[in-house]
Ligand binder design. Structure first.
Ligand code: UP5
Ligand code: MG
Length: 199
């Protein structure tokens, strides 16, 4: 049978909004593969012989957005590998991407014809909630960016670069917004309602 075109849901929201947590819950119940752009970048940072390791390390610590060529190639490879192993696995949650204009342009250039973006799941919560969750996690996450200094930069990048991307999708009627300040179960109840309706 012909290989299906990948069906993509972008998962966005501030640092610590709960994107990864909710994606894990979704994968347990729905036929989606979770690809976190941040996780893929952290893996690439750790990969022996990576030519981008140092660049990625610096960008992450500074809360800056890595040039899209790098992120897209990691996402594309992960999608291709998933579909090669099991052609039924063509539904993807792409978590933490696209975060800025450069990301969006890179996606449109490389992936627009090769994947369908169904909608954006936007986990919305206050900056205070974002900061508190990341600082709490930072006690034992080992993440180089879960400290106050990096967090301030991540928040600034989110407000300046990522919010406008969410607003752009909103103008096209493609955003499902979820109040992410509540408990994991309450947030997931809304996620389920959306996925049961939107597929
Ligand atoms: N938690 C989760 N949900 C909760 C709830 N409802 N109530 C109470 N606590 C809750 O959750 C964060 C913490 O909060 C956890 O301890 C969790 O238990 C708790 P998590 O699910 O991890 O939130 P998430 O939104 O995934 O937070 P994360 O820190 O991963 O978000 P970021 O967007 O900041 O990080 P990401 O890994 O996506 O990106 C990191 C960096 O990589 C970026 O800053 C950037 O430098 C780089 N990057 C790029 O350059 N390009 C990309 O495309 C992607 C990343
Ligand atoms: Mg995450």
């Amino acid at each position: 049978s012909p290989t299906m075109k990948p069906q993509v849901v972008f998962v966005l929201g501030g640092p610590g909004a709960g994107k990864g947590t909710q994606c894990s819950r979704i994968v347990e119940k729905y036929n989606y593969t979770h690809l976190s752009a941040g996780d893929l970048l952290r893996e690439e940072r750790a990969r022996e012989g990576s030519e981008y390791g140092q660049l990625i390390a610096t960008y992450i610590k500074e809360g800056k957005i890595v040039p899209v060529e790098i992120t897209i190639s990691l996402l594309r490879k992960a999608m291709e590998e998933t579909m090669q192993k099991d052609e039924q696995k063509f539904r993807f949650l792409i978590d933490g991407f696209p975060r800025n204009e450069d990301n969006l342009q890179g996606w449109n250039k490389v992936m627009d014809n090769n994947a369908d973006v169904k909608f954006v799941l936007f986990f919305d919560c206050s900056i205070e909630v974002c900061i508190n969750r990341c600082l709490e996690r930072g006690k034992n996450s080992g993440r180089t960016d879960d400290n106050r200094e990096s967090l301030n930069k991540r928040i600034q990048t989110y407000l300046q670069s990522t919010r406008p991307i969410i607003e752009l999708y909103q103008k096209h009627g493609k955003v499902c917004t979820i109040d992410a300040s509540r408990s994991v179960d309450e947030v997931f109840a809304d996620v389920k309602a959306i996925l049961d309706k939107e597929g």
